[in-house]
Write a protein that binds this ligand. Structure first.
Ligand SMILES: Cc1cc2nc3c(=O)[nH]c(=O)nc-3n(C[C@H](O)[C@H](O)[C@H](O)COP(=O)(O)OP(=O)(O)OC[C@H]3O[C@@H](n4cnc5c(N)ncnc54)[C@H](O)[C@@H]3O)c2cc1C
Length: 208
């Protein structure tokens, strides 16, 4: 199996460096692994006209039309092209990030805007999914504890919060969603709890 880990944390030594646990476990199980470390790559987070080497319509910038054109003519900017090649290579994609304002860090949102594009992730006109058969998993840390994200907690059920990603993005692309690894309260849990979490993550990945 080929696995791609898309890593979006500014500090390589944060608890999100649990991506190293994933790299080790997946490699140990005989898989090939690539990591896109978005901050280390200085990945451009903003979709704009520079994403396209040529334009279908130079007078009016419609990203959906230009993405489809670039997908059919192979004219995406090189950084996008490299990420699309990794996505197409991967059987499993893991997104590793801290929860910021109940969502991804902007650099990862930008990765979706620029890489999960019309004509690559799905056909945005027909809703035909284009990444069918691949698996995807979220692995993320939160500041709030698990109770805050329960059905009756102040923020609400984490699964409902995730639905816009799991249904809105992943299933639109045809990806099979694996249960997430969520490190609730990553900064406030004990060191033993963090180590147990890393062991659980390792077991979860080896079981794949
Ligand atoms: C802009 C912004 C918005 C935010 N919005 C939200 C929000 O909406 N909801 C919410 O819940 N939280 C929110 N937060 C908090 C954020 O989710 C947490 O700060 C983050 O998830 C903590 O993860 P981390 O990897 O950065 O932790 P770190 O602070 O890097 O690490 C936590 C602890 O783990 C230890 N550690 C590191 N590596 C290892 C290891 N290998 N083994 C064992 N221990 C280790 C560290 O020493 C540290 O004590 C927000 C934060 C920001 C900056």
């Amino acid at each position: 199996m080929n696995a791609l880990i898309v890593y979006a944390h500014p500090d390589p030594h944060s608890f999100n460096a649990m991506r190293d646990v994933a790299v080790d476990a997946l490699t140990e199980a005989g898989n090939s692994v690539q990591v896109s470390d978005l901050y280390a790559m200085h990945f451009k987070a903003v979709l704009d006209e520079h994403d396209f080497k040529e334009r279908q319509n130079p007078d009016f910038f419609n990203p959906i039309i230009e993405q489809h054109h670039a997908a059919t003519t192979d004219t995406f900017a090189e950084d996008i092209k490299r990420e699309i090649e990794k996505v197409q290579w991967a059987d499993l994609i893991i997104f590793q990030f801290p929860l910021w304002w109940l969502s991804f860090p902007a650099i990862l949102k930008g990765w979706f805007d620029r890489v999960f594009v019309n004509g690559v992730a799905a056909n945005f006109a027909t809703y035909e999914p284009l990444l069918t058969g691949k698996r995807v998993m979220l692995a993320f840390t939160t500041g709030g504890g698990a109770a805050a994200y329960s059905a009756h907690g102040p923020i609400g059920d984490i699964n409902e919060l995730l639905a816009y990603v799991t249904r809105g993005i992943f299933r639109t692309a045809g990806l099979n969603v694996i249960p997430p690894l969520i490190a609730f309260g990553a900064s406030s849990i004990s060191s033993e709890q963090r180590h147990e979490l890393l062991h659980r993550y390792r077991r979860q990945l080896l079981a794949l």
